[in-house]
Design a protein around this ligand. Structure first.
Ligand SMILES: [Zn+2]
Length: 302
């Protein structure tokens, strides 16, 4: 694997200056040991991975099968909850951005058979339903008409994009006036995003927050109508906060973690941290206090 990295300016404001929040390697796949810097724009506050793998090498970071099996029972429960975030539908034109194989749209069509369902995904190759129009493209390449969609959804997708601004701009163009755009993203202003190292770096290239989404909306002509913190779809708790705090205090680095080099004392420190995580994050108090690592934002177009 030939590794390249690109250094980028802020996607929201174009700012070049930032401060480092933390570094984190790809501790899921460990394709390499590079500790990706997660930075915060000094001008607008956007949190993003920089430098990062360019779009051309991103496929390496998604193992084969990453987008498969989204029609399992667990996913079906997720779709049931997702539907709660939408208004009751009749014959609307619905678009899902990053639809994988369109299982969410198939579910939605089961609820509302008269809707027109379109899904896009740069990686998906097929869908099980002839009722869902699937496009294997990036949103700006789809050439939809102005104000074509009544409802646009995007679940845990925008944090994966290389240029979310292009998507916000395009959503604002293709959404009907008074239509609804519903998105789920991770929250940079949570323990999950700040201290617990849960963000799936480098697949999560952007770590948004309510404030940042509001700035994007303002810039591209959308209005945020609500921002909900809900842990039911994905777990947004800060589990890992104490584990890593204790480990790093005990002198552990990501390299030690990679090679599993722990002394007895360090192992003990990790165990104490993990125990504290289990106690402190037993309940979903962060979601109740609007501090969860997962947020669901709704927008409309004036
Ligand atoms: Zn910025």
């Amino acid at each position: 694997m030939h590794m390249t990295f690109e250094h980028v300016s802020c996607d929201l404001c174009g700012g070049e200056k930032y401060k480092l929040r933390y570094r984190k390697p790809d501790n899921w796949l460990w394709l390499n040991q590079f500790e990706f810097p997660v930075v915060e724009c000094l001008n607008c506050g956007l949190v993003y991975v920089n430098p990062r793998p360019p779009e051309s090498s991103m496929a390496d970071y998604y193992p084969k099968g990453y987008h498969d099996n989204r029609d399992s029972e667990g996913h079906m429960l997720r779709y049931k909850i997702q539907a709660e975030f939408l208004p009751p539908l009749q014959d609307e034109n619905v678009l899902d951005i990053g639809c994988a194989r369109g299982d969410w749209l198939i579910y939605l069509k089961g609820l509302y058979p008269r809707i027109k369902a379109c899904g896009i995904d740069s990686y998906a190759d097929s869908t099980k339903s002839g009722d869902v129009h699937l496009m294997c493209r990036k949103l700006p390449e789809c050439r939809f008409h102005d104000s074509e969609f009544d409802i646009i959804t995007s679940w845990a997708v925008f944090e994966h994009l290389h240029r979310p601004s292009e998507y916000f701009k395009e959503v604002a163009r293709i959404l009907k006036a008074k239509g609804a755009f519903v998105m789920l993203v991770t929250n940079s202003e949570s323990l999950y995003g700040k201290k617990a190292f849960v963000e799936d770096v480098p697949r999560h290239l952007f770590h948004f927050s309510e404030t940042m989404l509001q700035k994007y909306a303002e810039k591209y002509g959308l209005i945020m109508t609500s921002c909900l913190y809900d842990d039911r779809l994905f777990d947004g708790r800060g589990i890992g906060t104490f584990y890593y705090w204790f480990l790093f205090k005990a002198g552990i680095t990501w390299q030690h973690i990679y090679f599993s080099q722990f002394s007895k004392t360090q192992r003990l420190a990790g165990n104490i941290g993990a125990a504290l995580d289990r106690i402190v994050f037993k309940k979903h108090w962060e979601a109740e206090r609007k501090k969860s690592g997962i947020l669901i934002a709704k927008f409309t177009k004036p």
